[in-house]
Design a protein around this ligand. Structure first.
Ligand code: UDP
Length: 472
């Protein structure tokens, strides 16, 4: 702490809560545990309000969010451009404002999130070290860093491959589990993704939201085999959101308070996940048939109008059945003693840490995954987009903390999985593992723990560079 206390780090974040949340968690960690001053440079868009307005995570006094001028990319692509393309273009358009923000207050190091690697060369103009923050796990980082080499090796679309994709020293990736941008090489999103993989080795190192006990083999492969990634990788996680204050949730918490310990399964699909009408119907029936208690964060299925209001559907009540039209008729009445429905958005971290919750049916976004493990809660992995299929494979096949759904999920499968997780022997084993990881994650972050040490090591290098910078 004493050596890092005078450091100032700028962290560049791409827009979107899924990106800003982990950047803020990293910033708070740097400030709280290492005394580092952090300026978050937030890329903003012309189409949506800055995410920081919605951010409920309290900021440490040493952390400041600076919103960059909105990036207008409407003249570069149409609105059908894929998400990775849009994010990378926004960062490209924002480069001059990133540079001038750094001139106003010169940092000792520049960290950039995954989609901001094009800003890495700005660090050289200031003669400061630069790092890439991948707010996900080591295995995904391995695939990303290895993608430029895979691009040379494969002449055909990856989705046409039958054999798993090999990454030296790491678990192979099945073609059907590959990340979204790798599924169509003709889309601009693939080129942007590849560029990220190419840019990473030009940085001084990578920070990942993982820890040694979660992914020992992949981290060993990084250390022993420089062909995967030839720069230091610092596992500094688990960076997880503490349960947030939420004034709307008292009714839900009261309901949870009345349920036995570890008896409730939470079903939720992240900040953006929506199911199709058919999947919603199957999930509703699956939960009902399982006869297990549940909390379900429901959203209108894809194709339907968007619900914006925070509307809670309480079950039962005055005898009227108020089941929304996208759920099976009478669902709320039939499940009134079994479950609790929340529309659109729920205080997820808070629910997961409640003693009554014993399982999590999730899309496997990395933040959600770590929140679950951080509460010792095993998972049912129902991946939807981004790198979630890899996360599901990692959790089910390597870590042993999840069961994974099949490709097309039916009500019988959901019923069986929920039962097995909440009551079965396998569920018991997964729960044991989740509890063990909860402990090991907490240990990793303690003074002297591997993630804490890894951060100290990185900050020591920045400290040395900043002293040399002053002398030179
Ligand atoms: N989240 C929440 N309430 C919801 C849905 C999501 O608090 O109803 C939070 C969740 O706790 C997590 C983040 O939003 O911190 C979602 O991040 P994740 O990486 O899991 O998935 P993404 O939304 O990026 O797909």
């Amino acid at each position: 702490n004493s050596t890092s206390a005078n450091l100032h780090v700028a962290i560049l974040s791409s827009p979107g809560m899924g990106h800003l949340i982990p950047v803020v968690l990293l910033s708070n960690r740097l400030a709280t545990h290492h005394g580092v001053t952090v300026t978050v440079l937030l890329v903003t868009t012309t189409v949506s309000p800055p995410e920081s307005n919605l951010l409920k995570i309290p900021l440490h006094p040493l952390v400041n969010i600076l919103e960059l001028p909105p990036a207008d990319i409407s003249h570069l692509v149409d609105s059908s451009a894929k998400i990775v393309t849009q994010l990378c273009l926004m960062v490209r358009v924002s480069l001059p404002s990133i540079r001038s923000a750094m001139m106003n207050r010169r940092p000792h190091a520049l960290f950039v999130d995954l989609f901001c690697t094009e800003a890495l060369p700005i660090a050289a103009e200031f003669n400061i070290p630069n790092y890439v923050f991948v707010p996900s796990n080591a295995w995904f980082t391995a695939l990303l860093a290895h993608s430029p080499i895979l691009h040379q090796q494969f002449s055909e679309e990856y989705v046409n491959q039958t054999d798993p994709i090999h990454i030296p020293g790491c678990k192979p990736v099945r073609p059907e589990d590959l990340v979204d941008p790798m599924l169509d090489q003709k889309d601009q999103q693939y080129d942007e993704y590849l560029k990220i993989g190419e840019n990473i080795p030009s940085s001084d190192g990578v920070l990942i939201n993982s820890w040694v006990d979660l992914e020992p083999e992949t981290l060993r492969a990084f250390a022993e085999n420089r062909s995967v990634i030839n720069i230091p990788v610092h596992p500094v996680g688990p960076l997880v959101r503490e349960s947030e204050p939420d004034h709307h949730s008292s009714e839900l918490v009261q309901w949870l308070d009345r349920q036995p310990d570890e008896s409730v399964v939470l079903a939720s699909f992240g900040s953006g996940g929506v199911l199709s009408q058919q999947q919603m119907t199957e999930l509703a029936w699956g939960l009902e048939l399982s006869r297990q208690r549940f909390v379900w964060v429901v959203r209108r299925p894809t194709g339907g109008p968007v619900d914006n209001a925070f509307l809670r559907v309480t079950n039962g009540g005055d005898g009227e059945d108020s089941t929304p039209d996208y759920l099976p008729e009478g669902f709320l009445t039939r499940t009134k003693d079994q479950g609790f429905l929340v529309c659109n958005w729920a205080p997820q971290a808070k629910i997961l840490s409640h003693p009554a919750v014993g399982g999590f049916l999730t899309h496997c976004g990395w933040n959600s995954t770590l929140e679950s493990i951080g509460s010792g809660v095993p998972l049912i992995a129902w991946p939807l987009y981004a790198e979630q299929k890899m996360n599901a494979a990692l959790l089910a096949e390597e870590v042993g903390v999840a069961v994974r759904t099949s490709k097309v999920v039916g009500r019988e499968e959901i019923e069986a999985m929920v039962k097995a997780l909440m009551e079965g022997e396998e569920g018991g084993r997964l729960r044991e593992k989740a509890k063990q990881l909860k402990k090991s994650g907490a240990e990793a972050l303690k003074l002297g723990g591997p993630s804490h040490e890894s951060m100290c090591e990185l900050l020591a290098k920045i400290g040395v560079a900043s002293r040399n910078n002053v002398i030179s």
